[in-house]
Ligand binder design. Structure first.
Ligand SMILES: NC(=O)c1ccc[n+]([C@@H]2O[C@H](COP(=O)([O-])OP(=O)(O)OC[C@H]3O[C@@H](n4cnc5c(N)ncnc54)[C@H](O)[C@@H]3O)[C@@H](O)[C@H]2O)c1
Length: 387
């Protein structure tokens, strides 16, 4: 199989884990990198032995680059993705897919016209715990799914991100930032959505940056930062989801699926990073097991639970592994699992929730998407390099 030559645009905070993942797999080779800051791009090229640091235009015009990895800020995602497609490159972008639905439709349409593939984060559902959860549901362990619940309560990102501004501008906020992980996982487990509704609130008009180098600086908040959602799936499953930057801490379960014969629970030990976790236990309790007492974060509480030990190959932080699947998808002439259609459906759900919060009406979604196929258990191990 031909190596996928990748041009990275956006050399900020999230790029390190992507570059480390790309180095793990022989099918992926980052051959150039660019950002708005030439010094930052040069430093990243040096650190990861990337042959060329250049401008975004230098990536678009490079005939040897097959795919643009778009790790820019949300407001720039659509512009970079469209330019890359016009230049004949496949694309894989960070979430959120876009900030306006029309941009997403344009991207998918252009890709279809040009015969190019569109991949999009998150790819956390490739991880062992989500693949295990899917297997348990498919095997009927909890019976027919009836409900789903997800919760992330954090106090925002200004305590740890050096440039938190974009999280509080259009395209940011807890729903667009964290919602994609949970909605994508829900769609992977339960199928596409039919309708959504929501309520939203902005608790603070300003945020104080507490991380270096801008500690002490105040930034404005342009979007709602506490969002409650109601979800109806095409399968008949109903659910609720809370995503917030206004909560100091919570002991609420992070992700649960209810079935006619049991409950599946994905405890999330990291409230800051939400579902940014590929590995970890999946707990379940069925009609046959004894009653349990929920004790978050205490493994000793597990004796009343069945614990599924996931054996899957993607059992560590592997952001970017969706790109590996995109490389296979090009080779196998199919759509990638972390596809643009999936990302647009997730975006539709999130914009429906925010629109419903404005006018009080439930929103029927215009889009749908294919349910990503589960991975083979050895996915990613065949050509994993040792460096
Ligand atoms: N930081 C995280 O923990 C994290 C986690 C998951 C996903 N993400 C997502 O990854 C993306 C990037 O986040 P980040 O934290 O790395 O941001 P960042 O601010 O650290 O870096 C952004 C990079 O994009 C470049 N850039 C911005 N606009 C550009 C443009 N128009 N043209 C070319 N380059 C441009 C900047 O120069 C910089 O290199 C966002 O979509 C974010 O939602 C971030």
């Amino acid at each position: 199989m031909k190596t996928l030559n990748i041009g990275l645009i956006g050399c900020g905070r999230i790029s390190d884990i992507y570059l480390q993942t790309c180095q793990r797999f022989a099918e992926l080779s980052v051959t150039a990198c660019a950002s708005l800051d030439a010094a930052e791009s040069r430093a990243k090229a040096r650190q990861y032995r990337i042959p060329k640091a250049c401008t975004p235009e230098g990536i678009f015009s490079d005939p040897d680059i097959d795919c643009v990895l778009n790790l820019t800020i949300p407001a720039a995602h659509a512009e970079i993705s469209l330019k890359a497609l016009h230049a004949g490159k496949h694309i894989y972008s960070e979430k959120p897919f876009v900030t306006q639905r029309e941009e997403g439709e344009r991207i998918l349409q252009l890709a279809r016209e040009k015969g190019l593939l569109v991949g999009n984060a998150p790819d956390t559902f490739f991880g062992a715990r989500w693949q295990t959860a899917r297997k348990l549901i498919d095997q009927g362990v909890i019976g027919k799914p009836t409900g789903v619940f997800a919760f992330v309560g954090t106090r925002g990102v200004e305590r740890h991100h050096p440039n938190p501004d974009f999280y509080y501008q259009d395209g940011g906020g807890p729903l667009l930032d964290l919602g994609p992980y949970y909605l994508t996982a829900m769609i992977f487990l339960l199928g596409p959505l039919r309708s959504v509704s929501g309520m939203a609130k902005r608790t603070f008009e300003q945020r104080l940056i507490e991380s270096q180098p801008r500690a002490g600086e105040t930034i404005p908040v342009d979007i709602d930062t506490h969002v409650q959602s109601m979800l109806a799936f095409q399968s008949g499953v109903i659910g609720s989801m809370t995503m917030s930057f206004d909560i100091w801490e919570s002991a609420t379960p992070r992700f649960e699926v209810y079935g006619e014969n049991g409950t599946l629970c994905i405890p999330d030990p990291d409230p800051v990073h939400g579902a940014n976790i590929f590995e970890g236990e999946v707990w379940y309790r069925t009609r046959e097991t004894s009653r349990w007492v929920y004790q978050p974060r205490q493994l000793s509480g597990l004796d009343h639970w069945q614990v599924a030990q996931n054996q899957h190959a993607i059992n560590q932080n592997s952001r970017g592994v969706g790109l590996l699947d995109l490389a296979y998808a090009i080779h196998e002439n199919r759509q990638p699992r972390a596809s643009g259609e999936l990302a647009l459906h997730v975006f539709d759900a999130m914009s429906g929730i925010l629109a419903s919060a404005q006018d009080g009406n439930s929103k029927t979604l215009r889009s749908t998407c294919p349910i990503p196929a589960p991975l083979a258990e050895d996915f990613g191990t065949m050509t994993e390099t040792t460096t």
